[in-house]
Design a protein. Structure first.
Lengths: 459, 342
């Protein structure tokens, strides 16, 4: 389903199975005639644009695949790169967000496809041989020294389709959006509520709002976006590692655990208690913005992408706080997308230059573009403070991003495990909202989807 | 067939009288054609006979471009789809796994895929039964309206939804069905505010709500077709019926309905196909939700193919849908054509 989780189609950083670890092929970089001549030297020296061969007329053009929602950010990244680097020019290849997941695999199969792209289903695309093994570039550019193993883990895919192990297929920098709880400042003050320290405190605040006739949570569920809340509850109850193991297809990992069922049951109980807007199942994200922006509800559980693009009236004042942990002082969890993580197409004719761009994405200059243009945040740019209701939205968001990073609480969306579980997300959450399924039954359904997805990519 | 015969260098129409003779013996068009060729050949010399044969093949030559396109863009995809339906394939990888009929078994047993087929049949009520009924009413009423601006405006308004793309209609109706949308506003006006709800989010009402958009879209087409048909009924039949003392109902039953059989047949065929293969309105309005309550085969095929990467299952369901469409439409065609002479 064409779910828009942020600007682009879902930030799949999911992977599944790799056919075989392939050596980095640096051959076709500069066209058939020059290929043989330069391939060896490029491979050895990693010549990028700065050292572009003299016989190349004009800059080498690198095509960057982009959804329309992230086109502004990607264009800004391309502009900053083009300004600072000579001999290589990054241009955008933009598709509508709703076509992102379907267009990308097809474009990758053609020689006129993109050179650099954010994978829509990394494991699948790696398995199909469409993604370039970046290990050689990682050594050349020193990514393995620059970043911690955890930071590079999401870009690794093993030959068995396990994420976090095996060759590197996706790299770049660390900056992006983060999920958490947005709140209506006026209502928060009126109801005299504070930043909840635990899930149960948060539940108490939902009850307080309900008792005062205020809709506790505004959400759209026709597109299954109660999933953001569900994903964070899973992160809280299963731990970030626990849920990510399932998403990353770590052998033996299962979603059907008491912790996951507890998370689903809690969400179901909030739904049955009427803590959501009554038309949640009938509306999509845009309409939910309208309702929250009109002051119809206390909380809005989503990600920091909502802060950009004029989704709310200018007069509407709202803040952001981290999703609370189960126990006081527990780790903060949240989903974070990485706007600076990209892969190189195996069919790219300019692999070296594409890798040069990916390397540039790991610089502070690129992170600053994300913070300035993309509404993202980057770790280490500001001092971490305890979450509070006071403070600007931007500072609060920055803080949430860093809290989650500090606590190793970065989650992936469960939907990113695979396409089948992704398809079932909206209908299952709609059934839960309507009380037509139970938390346990929903978890079982998702587990069977996870198994089906794993089979689909490993047979 | 006639087109084939008509193409080619101008020939003396020698066989025509013979053809007339032959056709009146009612051996059918094909027989007549064959007879024409045979008769022609008999009256022509050997050279002429060769040119006659050439003429026959020349016809095919002229048809070749069209046949080529038909083959590439119609037959090939159909055959490919049938072929894929026997495999487990993600649509991209080089590896296709033969799974025999299991995709078909899934299409006919998996609750989600099966319910999509059931929903398609429910849609026949909304896409066919209601629009044809409304179309008959509109056409019967319009027959009594004298020609003039009123009739023209009415016809235009009735037909208007038909020219809107289903996707646009879906979005517009989604707004009308929303919590603060037109439908709920009207309910509040008339004091039925307690019934107001997010219609497309309701497990009970989503399917009828989406189906009604189909009714709204199809009614225009049916009305215009039926209005045209009713205009071609000989007015003296109505006069005669009136003289015999037939009221409005009996005029409708005994004159209008039999006179419109062919047009009704066209309406039913087009709208049944639209109902069974519906996609745009549903996809835009609910994407099959809430839950799986409005999943139709078109949406399910799309999801299987482009979201779940299960090309084999998607093709199997598409083939099943195609067979169902043919199985439903063929008898309808026979029924409406068979009563043509009666």
């Amino acid at each position: 389903m064409s779910m828009i989780w942020k600007g682009k189609a879902m930030p799949y950083h999911q992977p599944a199975r790799v056919r075989a670890a392939r050596p980095v092929r640096l051959g076709k970089a500069l066209g058939p005639a020059a290929a043989t001549l330069v391939s060896t030297s490029l491979a050895l020296t990693g010549l990028g644009a700065a050292g572009a061969p003299a016989f190349a007329s004009g800059p080498v053009v690198i095509k960057l695949f982009s959804g329309s929602g992230t086109a502004t950010l990607n264009q800004a990244l391309a502009n900053a790169f083009n300004k600072s680097q000579k001999g290589v020019k990054v241009v955008l290849m933009t598709v509508p967000d709703t076509d992102y997941n379907t267009a990308l695999p097809r474009d990758l199969r053609t020689s006129s496809g993109p050179d650099v792209f954010a994978p829509s289903a990394l494991v699948q695309e790696v398995a199909d041989g469409e993604v370039l093994n970046l290990d050689g570039y990682a050594r050349h550019y020193g990514w393995t020294k620059k970043f911690s193993p955890q930071a590079l883990a999401p870009g690794r895919v093993s030959s068995k389709g396990v994420i976090g192990r095996g060759p590197l297929y996706e790299a770049g920098g660390q900056a992006g959006v983060v999920t958490g709880i947005f709140y209506n400042r006026a209502l928060m003050a009126k109801l005299r509520l504070h930043v909840p320290k635990t899930i149960s405190q948060f539940a108490a605040e939902l009850a307080t709002a309900k008792a005062h006739g205020v809709t506790p949570i505004i959400c759209s569920n026709e597109d299954g976006l109660t999933g953001h809340l569900f994903d964070m509850l899973l992160g809280d109850y299963m731990g970030a590692k626990g849920i990510d193991n399932v998403i990353d297809n770590v052998p033996g990992s299962s979603l059907d655990t008491p912790d996951a069922v507890a998370a689903a049951n809690l969400l179901g109980s909030w739904m049955s208690k009427g803590y959501f807007n009554s038309d949640a199942n009938a509306i999509q994200q845009t309409q939910s913005y309208q309702e929250f922006g009109a002051g119809d509800g206390l909380f809005f559980i989503s990600g920091s992408w909502i802060e950009f693009g004029g989704n709310f009236p200018k007069t509407f004042s709202y803040g952001m706080m981290p999703f609370p942990p189960v126990t006081v002082g527990g780790p903060y969890v949240g989903m974070e997308s990485n706007d600076l993580a990209f892969s190189v197409a195996a069919k790219s004719a300019h692999k070296d230059q594409a890798a040069q761009f990916v390397n540039w994405l790991s610089t502070p200059a690129a992170a600053r573009v994300v913070v300035k243009v993309g509404g993202g945040n980057a770790y280490g740019l500001a001092r971490i403070v305890p979450p509070a209701l006071a403070g600007s939205l931007q500072a609060q968001t920055e803080n949430v991003y860093q809290l989650v990073q500090r606590d190793n609480g970065v989650l992936n969306w469960l939907q990113n495990q695979g396409p089948i579980v992704n398809s079932d997300f909206p209908p299952q959450l709609q059934l839960l909202m309507a009380g037509k399924t139970t938390g346990a039954a929903m978890i079982q359904k998702f587990q069977s989807d996870v198994v089906a997805d794993r089979q689909a990519t490993s047979s | 067939m006639l087109a084939v015969g008509a193409i080619g260098p101008p020939q003396p129409v020698r066989g025509i009288e013979k053809v007339n003779v032959v056709t009146t013996t009612s051996i059918g068009e094909k027989g007549a054609q064959r007879a024409l060729l045979a008769a022609d050949a008999a009256t022509l010399g050997p050279g002429r006979r060769r040119s006659k044969r050439w003429r026959r093949y020349a016809g095919w030559l002229f048809a070749l471009p069209a046949l080529l396109f038909y083959g590439i863009f119609e037959l090939h995809p159909i055959i490919s789809a049938v072929n894929y339906s026997f495999y487990k394939w993600d649509g991209i990888s080089a590896v296709k796994k033969w799974v025999g009929l299991s995709n078909y078994v899934a299409a006919l047993t998996q609750p989600q895929q099966l319910s999509s087929l059931v929903h398609a049949f429910v849609f026949i009520i909304f896409f066919t039964v209601l629009p044809v009924t409304f179309g008959l009413i509109v056409a019967s009423v319009m027959r009594t309206v004298k020609p003039g601006p009123y009739g023209t405006v009415t016809r235009t308004l009735v037909f208007l939804p038909q020219i809107l793309p289903g996707a646009a209609a879906g979005v517009a109706w989604n707004w009308m069905y929303s919590k603060d949308g037109f439908v709920n506003t009207v309910l509040h006006w008339v004091g039925l505010g307690s019934l107001a709800r997010g219609w497309v989010g309701s497990f009970t009402f989503a399917l009828p709500a989406v189906g009604f958009v189909g009714t709204w879209l199809s009614t225009g087409l049916c009305s215009v077709l039926l209005m045209a048909g009713i205009g071609s009924i000989n007015p003296s039949l109505y006069e005669a019926a009136k003289v015999d003392g037939a009221g409005i109902w009996h005029q409708f039953r005994q004159v209008t309905l039999p006179g419109l059989r062919q047009q009704i047949g066209v309406c039913v065929t087009i709208t049944v196909i639209a109902a069974l293969s519906s996609f745009d309105v549903v996809y835009l309005m609910t994407q099959g939700g809430p839950g799986y309550s409005t999943v139709v085969p078109g949406v399910e095929v799309y999801n299987l193919a482009f979201n779940d990467y299960q090309i084999g299952s998607a093709c199997a369901l598409a083939v099943v849908l195609a067979v169902i469409v043919i199985a439903v439409v063929a008898p309808l065609q026979r029924f409406f054509r068979g009563t043509d002479n009666g």
